[in-house]
Design a protein around this ligand. Structure first.
Ligand SMILES: [Zn+2]
Length: 548
């Protein structure tokens, strides 16, 4: 006689995302785990007198979504600062900054985020524009992808940046024709100002994580990887995890400090030990190998093109010499870390794969779940290497659409060969490679409904373009859902316990109001997340669902 279930969900279409991609009609949950999944009759055998039974009237039950690459804590915290999320253009940005200024006269600095390069002529906002609304105190706002910062004159003064200041390694100060700083700082140059701005306190960080977790629950997300965890954020995660109050399973990727050498590995090992507690596991190490295409810092095999379409001779930026990257990756691999490398350009992708291949040769094969984040471009000869080397492509499907950031800021400036192999998700899957979906929130919305819609249609139902972007790279819905559930779990090293609905696994579930397989991608944004369960606990439920 088996223990009766605590909760039975029935009358649903259950997409289990098991190896056979099987479906079922009911699922039973006992002590936070899946006790049974199958037909209603099969699951009814676990019904006891205290079992709560909920008829879902045709809803879809999925494993909880997992976000394989996001900036959970920072982005949650950013929602409490001068956030431009949802603001559409430069005028609206300035109005919102002015409103924040008026609401927070006590703050010495105005710190915020959320603009995008396509909001400004040339992609570079000016200090003069920001001075018009914030003349009296420093203001710094990072852009949505956190690869550039918009600063006012007071912020430039606070950092001592003048025409005489050299560009820091890995960064660029945008300048006028006399060399004077214009008000945009790229990549590592952001630190010149950001390091002076007041950072979040420990309490701010804890509150930021809590806000982010609540948001993720409303979206049906039950686990994620925070792709850049520094010691301050780790302390905040640890506090919540140790208290049993971390509402998501979080894989932490510990940031490799670029200005240090291999001696930091010992510290990372110690941080992994303390950062593996409750739902937290800090088992990955994050490297940045290049920047982004929009500001010409992604490392590309072919040179960037100028506005007239002529090759410039520039190939972007490398954060590491290849020998250093290989050595650092080898050290991390030897310690059993998952290596998570930011690689956008096709040259960065190739060099990152080379480094992972060299590590496997030196240390022998292992099950470390190494991954490349973003993979915006890849040379066709490198596509099969994801499968051959067991490297996960950790990608954001929402970016694979013909919106302004692609059509105006990217495609005109890269070679035709690179442009033909952009976000090559279908190709990687056909070559047998593993995909994990992440949103890179707050770069993009973490909403899985929109991510999935673009993954299967290469069009954004809420975007302005009706064109399908590189249609051969579309994914079928089953593959896309797997990348957002079991595939992301694999990248987070938790696929043995979650990511699919199978007996014995944790009851991490998302309940949607209709079956996505019977819905056109244009309609995904209208699908409602009725409920979210983390280890059987209902952490979000819409009223009237029987789960609230
Ligand atoms: Zn990221």
């Amino acid at each position: 006689m088996r223990m009766p279930a605590d909760l039975i969900l029935r009358g649903a279409t259950v997409h289990t995302v098991d190896a056979a991609r099987s479906t079922a009609a009911a699922v039973a949950i006992s002590s936070g785990r899946i006790a049974a999944v199958g037909s209603e009759d099969e699951v009814d055998g676990l019904r006891g007198h205290a079992t709560r039974v909920v008829d879902l009237a045709g809803a879809m039950v999925l494993p909880g979504f997992q976000d394989a690459h996001c900036h959970l804590g920072e982005s949650g915290h950013a929602t409490t600062l001068c956030s431009l999320e949802g603001s559409r253009d430069a005028d609206e940005h300035l109005r919102r900054i002015a409103a924040y200024r008026d609401a927070h006269p006590d703050r010495d600095w105005i710190v915020g985020s959320g603009w995008s390069m396509s909001d400004f002529a040339g992609g570079t906002p000016t200090a003069a524009a920001l001075d018009a609304v914030v003349p009296d105190r420093p203001a710094v706002l990072t852009n949505r992808d956190i690869h550039g910062a918009w600063v006012n004159t007071r912020a430039l003064e606070a950092a001592g940046i003048t025409a005489a200041t050299p560009d820091p390694p890995g960064g660029r100060i945008e300048r006028d024709e006399h060399g004077a700083p214009m008000g945009t700082l790229q990549e590592q140059a952001m630190g010149l100002v950001l390091d002076r701005a007041p950072g979040p306190t420990h309490a701010d960080r804890v509150a930021g994580i809590r806000a982010a977790v609540a948001y993720y629950h409303r979206l049906g997300i039950t686990a994620c990887q925070d792709a850049r965890v520094d010691p301050g954020w780790q302390a905040a995660y640890e506090e919540l995890a140790r208290a049993g109050e971390l509402g998501l399973r979080v894989r932490g990727a510990l940031e490799w400090e670029m200005d240090r050498d291999g001696e930091q590995v010992a510290e990372l090992v110690e941080r992994r030990r303390s950062g593996t507690v409750g739902r937290l596991a800090c088992g990955n190490v994050k490297f940045f190998h290049d920047g982004v295409v929009e500001n010409r810092t992604a490392a590309m095999l072919d040179p960037y093109l100028d506005a007239a379409g002529r090759p410039t001779g520039e190939h972007g930026m490398h954060m590491y010499d290849q020998a250093d990257l290989e050595r650092f990756v080898r050290l991390c691999d030897a310690e059993g870390f998952g290596v998570h490398i930011h690689a956008i350009g096709d040259l960065a992708v190739r060099e990152s794969l080379d480094a992972l291949e060299a590590a496997a040769r030196a240390n022998g094969p292992c099950d470390a779940r190494h991954q490349l984040a973003h993979v915006q471009f890849a040379h066709p000869t490198d596509l099969p290497r994801f499968a051959e080397l067991g490297v996960i492509a950790n990608v954001t499907p929402l970016w694979a659409r013909l919106e302004a950031s692609v059509a105006q800021m990217t495609l005109p400036f890269v070679s035709a060969r690179s442009a033909a192999c952009m976000y090559p998700f279908g190709s990687i899957v056909r070559a047998g490679g593993a995909l994990a979906f992440g949103s890179d929130w707050a770069v993009s919305t973490p909403d899985p409904r929109r991510q999935l819609a673009v993954a299967v249609s290469r069009r954004d139902p809420l975007g302005s373009s009706r064109e399908t972007f590189l249609p051969e790279e579309r994914l079928d819905l089953g593959t896309a859902i797997a990348a957002h559930t079991i595939g992301a779990a694999y990248a987070c090293g938790i696929d043995a316990v979650t990511g699919s609905i199978e007996p014995g696994k944790l009851a991490d579930l998302a309940v949607l109001d209709r079956d996505l397989f019977a819905t056109e991608p244009e309609g995904y944004p209208d699908v409602r997340v009725l409920a979210t369960l983390v280890e059987g606990e209902i952490v979000h439920a819409e009223p009237g669902t029987g789960l609230a």
